[in-house]
Design a protein around this ligand. Structure first.
Ligand SMILES: Cc1ncc(COP(=O)(O)O)c(C=O)c1O
Length: 447
């Protein structure tokens, strides 16, 4: 590792970034990004040598952890041979990655269209669903995120889309699934009501106009909001009844994040398409994938597949993907995710006893989220959905304390995300939870 820079050089690095680059989802003034020099495993290091425990795996994508040189070498090897070919030509790594994906996806999903990232996987899933069925509507959940491109943003229900509301892409229809934590009428009724609501929306919209239902395999940035038990199975049945396709968005919940290869496996359901990205290369190089059922693939044996991208099946990205998938297996990362997820569940139970502000904990494998509340009885959140800056005072203090203690993770509204790299150890979990416990004490004392 090259020498650590002095504080003034660090200031210059940050200054150049602030002056000449734009930052996502943020006011441009008053931000203080961490200047990251390098990463190793679950840690990031800034130019001054400060260490940060990455408790969100970047954007829940660096599943194998940072700085794995096996990926660097695989990428370099590919670049020494060829860095780019058109999607009409093929490379060894493209075929290898496609074959490997077919072996880990649920049965009957065997063919992949490679994209550049998650949003493009979703865009292509939506287009293909419309072409395949000849129908136009896509049903999606309000509390979901599917990417920031035009169609994907319209498909999601995340409030980040509201400033561009007038430009929504047409024919995305949203439905709600009641919020389990605040549902007062029992788990069985929650399932019944959720299914009944979806059935009503389908009836109102006309089943024969609906191409697909699009849902995250496990909910992510909306707050890891769990589906009622049995819900996705019912969705599958409803889809089959009406000839609607089921698209699973596995961009965040794929590649071991939930303790299984894909989040949807936790629900024992096989979708018609999987749109994925993030963990496929663990973020080392951008890559997305749309994996389709044999039935859908067969249609295009004799019909033109009207989909394409300059960077589809980019050789360097595919080389990274092949190596990253080997690392999941060689390092047994998916069982570690399941084991560490259970360990975190146990430890969070103890934290709950200590901290009255912890209202809820929702987790699958290593895709988890704490929800802080002002009062456990009323369940009033510490910051509301889509909180305004003046409603974030307490949560901002919690976030600032986490950063001061040396943690990088997402604090969004009343949520603190816990989604570390799959290579995390018990000791590192303990280190992170101790920081969270310290920071949450601020919320405990909030009026
Ligand atoms: C569930 C889900 N779908 C799609 C996306 C979009 O992926 P990308 O940012 O790679 O376009 C994200 C990104 O966070 C996501 O969490």
């Amino acid at each position: 590792m090259s020498e650590i820079k002095t504080i003034s050089e660090t200031k210059e690095i940050i200054q150049d970034n602030l002056e000449y680059t734009l930052f996502s989802w943020s006011k441009q003034k008053g931000i203080a990004p961490i200047a990251v020099k390098y990463g190793e495993g679950v840690y990031l290091y800034d130019y001054d040598g400060k260490r940060y425990l990455d408790f969100s795996s970047g954007l829940m994508n660096v599943n194998i952890g940072h700085g794995n040189q096996r990926v660097t070498e695989a990428v370099a090897r590919q670049m020494q041979e060829v860095s780019y070919i058109t999607p009409n030509c093929v490379t060894k790594v493209r075929g290898e990655l496609g074959k490997k994906l077919a072996s880990i996806t649920p049965k009957g999903l065997n063919k992949t269209l490679f994209t550049v990232g998650g949003a493009e996987a979703i865009e292509n899933a939506v287009k293909l669903a419309r072409m395949y069925t000849g129908r136009h509507k896509i049903l999606c959940r309000y509390q979901s995120y599917h990417g920031a491109s035009y169609g994907a943003m319209s498909a999601g229900g995340d409030p980040r889309k509201l400033p561009a509301d007038a430009q929504q892409a047409p024919n995305f229809v949203h439905f709600d699934i009641p919020y389990k934590y605040r549902w007062e009428y029992g788990e069985e009724n929650l399932l019944k009501e959720s299914v009944a609501q979806l059935e009503r929306v389908i009836a109102f919209e006309g089943p024969s106009n609906i191409a697909a239902i699009l849902l995250e395999g496990e909910s992510g940035s909306s707050g890891c909001l769990k589906y009622p038990v049995g819900y996705l199975k019912k969705v599958r049945e409803i889809c089959d009844l009406h000839g609607i396709l089921f698209i699973a968005d596995e961009v965040m919940s794929g590649f071991g994040r939930t303790g299984k290869w894909f989040g949807i496996e936790n629900h024992d359901v096989v979708p018609d398409m999987i749109a994925t990205a993030k963990g496929i290369t663990s973020g080392y190089i951008p890559l997305g994938a749309l994996i389709v059922s044999d039935k859908i693939a067969e249609r295009y044996n004799d019909n033109v597949l009207w989909l394409g991208l300059t960077y589809s099946a980019h050789p360097v990205s595919c080389a990274a993907g092949v190596e990253v998938l080997k690392i999941y297996e060689d390092d047994d990362l998916i069982s570690n995710a399941a084991a560490m997820g259970k360990y975190i569940d146990e430890q969070v139970e103890k934290l709950k006893q200590k901290h009255p502000s912890i209202g809820d904990w929702r987790n699958t494998g290593l895709l988890g989220c704490l929800e802080l509340v002002k009062n456990r009885k009323t369940k009033e959140p510490m910051a509301p959905f889509n909180a305004k800056p003046d409603e974030m005072v307490v949560m901002n203090k919690v976030a600032a304390r986490l950063r001061e203690l040396g943690m990088y993770t997402f604090v969004r509204w009343s949520y603190i995300f816990i989604a570390p790299p799959l290579c995390i150890t018990k000791e590192q979990v303990d280190e992170g939870l101790a920081m969270i416990s310290d920071a949450v004490s601020i919320a405990d004392k909030a009026p």
